[in-house]
Design a protein around this ligand. Structure first.
Ligand code: ZN
Ligand code: MN
Length: 504
């Protein structure tokens, strides 16, 4: 019997509007004491009226457009009833049959999979977040209403995922889209992005097609709150359900489980309430919303989305796909790369000595230097110094100039790192940093030969061994020259003169 997982995701994204969804309370209570950022509206006192936050509606539409869905022209809010301490009104203002967006999709490039995977999005709706229950060490449960009323976009996919890797890639892409649009920070640790996983197995025939069109009762895994947890929880659940199938205990009813991150298992969970019947009905206090004009307006403001940007970085600049992916992860990083490259393009065009036939090659070389120096070296220095790229002292112009020094061979890789560190520390431009550090490359063969002579004099036994055939000592000699020149010797020239001087 061959089985395949059928997985759908329900994701909640907190929007980072200034105020909450239906009241004027500040929408950022991270540093506030419990129950200090609340008002009669968000704690549901009788007689108060909710007023929808226009920014939240706009951002929900924008996210809906980015997910290529149809914006519902005539939309409304509904009440979803359930009784729980985190919901003071005993209903959540959500959307039932006329969500902001329907029928979208997201194309994913999944690591190790050749073709893009298309995930259909069933709907995106806007709703208010519930309060937070805090289970105290004293056995009591406390409620902090600060979070209550935070705008959430709930995004529900079709059951189109077949692997844990696809689900993880989806979550990562969704977060990147939310960040690109500027609608959420998508910080999973802070609960900005939360995900429930629906998963069941089904039997497939030899040709890979499902034996029956019906889906089996699913298990819903709640509170999966990191990318790693999404992957692990799904892998665990696939194994658990496969075992049940193999024992002939095919799940017959829908169940709810929670992901226990400490134990790395899913655990049976009791249902909150009679969740089958939320007694949805239209929210009588909020008029329906006409969204067609707003949607047309927002369509024109949609920025370049991550997938298109990745493709452009590969096609236009010649970045390796893995480098393009890494650059796009952080809009500040990709902006910096683009600005540096446009400086470098201008520099390249102003060079009469570069043959137009070779300009493509020269450009690729520059792109390679930019990705190498930006992604590993500069990023490393920033992490080391705990500096954010958004506030660092290196401008794209200075970074581009730094790259030209490397490209022209005026600076070696080894000294380059010191120069870059100095640029970062005091904001100096690369040529000044280079002068201050005495980091100009030594490519004068005569000067290097003089240094080599003194090394030969001081190390007769190494010379003997090298001449006797121990050719790998070349690295030791190059190392000595580097030491003498503080890393500024041109390694190729150094290697050549060593070979010439010690050839017999
Ligand atoms: Zn409030
Ligand atoms: Mn929800």
């Amino acid at each position: 019997m061959r089985l395949e997982p059928v997985i759908g995701l329900e994701t909640h994204i907190q929007l980072k509007t200034k105020s909450k969804l239906f009241c004027r309370c500040k929408n950022d209570a991270d540093d506030s004491s419990p129950n200090s950022v609340i008002c009669p509206v968000c704690v549901g006192h009788p007689g108060v009226l909710p007023i929808p936050n226009e920014q939240a509606v706009r951002w929900a539409i924008l996210l809906g457009l980015a997910l290529r869905g149809t914006i519902t022209p005539h939309s409304k809010f509904d009440r979803k009833h359930y009784f729980y301490p985190d919901l003071p009104k005993a209903y959540q203002i959500s959307q039932f049959d006329l969500p902001i967006m329907q029928d979208g999709h997201l194309d994913l490039d999944v690591p190790g999979v050749k073709d893009p995977v298309r995930i259909r999005i069933e709907r995106l709706h806007l709703e208010e977040d519930a309060a937070k229950n805090i289970h105290g060490g004293d056995g009591k449960t406390y409620v902090d209403y600060n979070r209550g009323g935070t705008p959430l976009c709930e995004i529900v996919t079709k059951p189109d995922f077949r692997t844990a890797a696809e689900a993880k890639a989806y979550m990562q892409e969704l977060r990147l889209i939310a960040r690109t649009l500027g609608v959420s920070d998508g910080d999973m640790e802070k609960g900005h992005l939360r995900c429930d996983v629906n998963i069941s197995l089904r039997e497939i025939a030899e040709d890979g097609k499902p034996v029956s069109p019906h889906l089996n009762p699913k298990t819903e895994i709640k509170n999966v709150n990191s990318f790693k947890a999404v992957e692990r929880a799904i892998e665990y659940e696939i194994k658990r359900q496969t075992r049940l199938w193999e024992q002939g205990q095919i799940p017959q009813i829908t169940t709810t489980r929670g992901w226990n991150d400490a134990k790395q298992v899913t655990e049976d969970q009791r249902e909150k309430e009679d969740s089958a019947d939320y007694r949805y009905f239209p929210e009588p206090d909020i008029p329906p919303m006409e969204l067609a004009d707003l949607s047309d307006e927002l369509k024109n403001t949609l920025p370049e989305l991550p997938r298109a940007k990745r493709a452009r970085f590969i096609d236009e600049y010649g970045f390796k796909p893995s480098d393009a992916k890494q650059l796009i992860e952080d809009p500040a990083l990709s902006d910096f790369a683009e600005q540096s490259l446009s400086e470098l393009q201008a520099w390249l065009q102003a060079r009469p000595d570069i043959d137009p036939d070779e300009s493509e090659m020269a450009r690729n070389k520059l792109t390679k230097l930019v990705s190498g120096w930006l992604l590993s070296k500069l990023t490393g220095l920033l992490v080391e110094r705990k500096i954010d790229i958004r506030i660092m002292k290196i401008s794209p112009e200075n970074f581009a100039e730094f790259i030209t020094l490397l490209a022209d061979g005026k600076l070696t890789g080894q000294s380059g790192l010191k120069v870059l560190g100095k640029m970062l520390d005091d904001g100096s431009d690369p040529s000044h940093a280079m002068d201050d550090l005495g980091a100009s490359r030594v490519d004068d063969a005569d000067a290097l030969l003089t240094i080599l002579e003194s090394i030969i004099k001081a190390n007769p036994s190494e010379v003997e061994r090298f001449k006797g055939g121990e050719k790998k000592l070349i690295q030791w000699f190059i190392g000595q020259i580097m030491k003498e020149t503080r890393g500024n010797a041109d390694p190729a020239i150094a290697s050549r003169i060593i070979h010439q001087r010690l050839k017999d």
